[in-house]
Design a protein around this ligand. Sequence first.
Ligand SMILES: NC(=O)c1ccc[n+]([C@@H]2O[C@H](COP(=O)([O-])OP(=O)(O)OC[C@H]3O[C@@H](n4cnc5c(N)ncnc54)[C@H](O)[C@@H]3O)[C@@H](O)[C@H]2O)c1
Length: 330
Amino acid sequence: MQTLILKGSDIKPLASIKDIIQAVEEAFKQKGLGKVQMPPKTYLYFEKHGGDLRSMPSALESPEIAGVKVVNYHPNNRNLKLPSVMATIILIDPKTGTPLAIMDGTWITAMRTGAASAVAAKHLARKNCKTLGLVGTGTQAVTQLMGIHAVRPIQQVKAYDIYPEGRKAFVEKMSREYPDVTFQAVSSAEEAVKDSDILVTVTPAREPVVFNQWIQEGIHISAIGADAPGKEELDPAILKRAKIVVDDKEQTFHAGEINVPLKKGLIKPSDIYAELGDIVAGKAEARESDREITLFDSTGVAILDVVSAKLVYDRAVQKGVGLNLDLVSS
Ligand SMILES: NC(=O)c1ccc[n+]([C@@H]2O[C@H](COP(=O)([O-])OP(=O)(O)OC[C@H]3O[C@@H](n4cnc5c(N)ncnc54)[C@H](O)[C@@H]3O)[C@@H](O)[C@H]2O)c1
């Protein structure tokens, strides 16, 4: 019985965003069909350090796999030159409980979050979306762009970050990586939002940074940043106008973009249209008109980590990548 140890640098060459999008879409479908186990994530708070730690277990029947991710969010880590989000995934064989692999989950977290937005955009955004607005240009913004670019013909990106150096560096780097796309670092969230076909909000904000009067009909919004209680990026008036699709009802009720407006009684649980898995599984309609405002509320669901980790594990085994250890003593 051996356990495979995989470092971040082992993992990155093993899967593309298209591979992860495919795995993530299938995981959402399995959730829509009711074939996954996934209790809501649990949190520890490190208030004096302004950070948190979450544990995220899940199991699927197809592919038959289980695992748990441990992941933090420490927004002040930039000052220490550390990533704000760092993750470790333990992949488990459900037949015996054997720990198949222990791997860095930092890159997988970013890729599966970008892939979740891609799957949502594939089902909810208008087909001819060309302009992407980004509010927040940190780590996750890179894979948000990767995911959306993989499913829609994006030609222009307007990027805003509260930190001017950050948005400038993002635009410079991404212009080199996507020569077919025009990038603009804009100096307000309003400029990033106005006239964009798709908007991704990906900040740690705890009060709205995007306002209702900037939002035009037909836009698709991916609200990524709010993934813990008290976090909020959108003016609740936007939620009243939008078809709200969540990644997981229970989890978004306490931690998603909807958590604060629900607690304040500004929206009701019945305002939530569906889970993304219901749409992928064909149990709920996707976008119904070009004028509809669609909103994907993502908290990040554990099944996405486990299916992405399994994809990476299978390829690592095939290619002989990683370090095998006799981790468990018999
Ligand atoms: N939904 C999910 O599955 C999921 C997954 C991973 C991370 N997240 C969340 O996404 C958010 C961003 O994560 P990250 O890893 O990119 O963090 P990061 O620290 O790398 O980047 C966040 C960026 O937001 C900017 N920012 C902060 N406040 C802002 C504001 N008011 N307006 C504009 N920009 C602002 C910061 O300057 C920074 O560049 C966090 O809240 C994190 O918890 C969600």
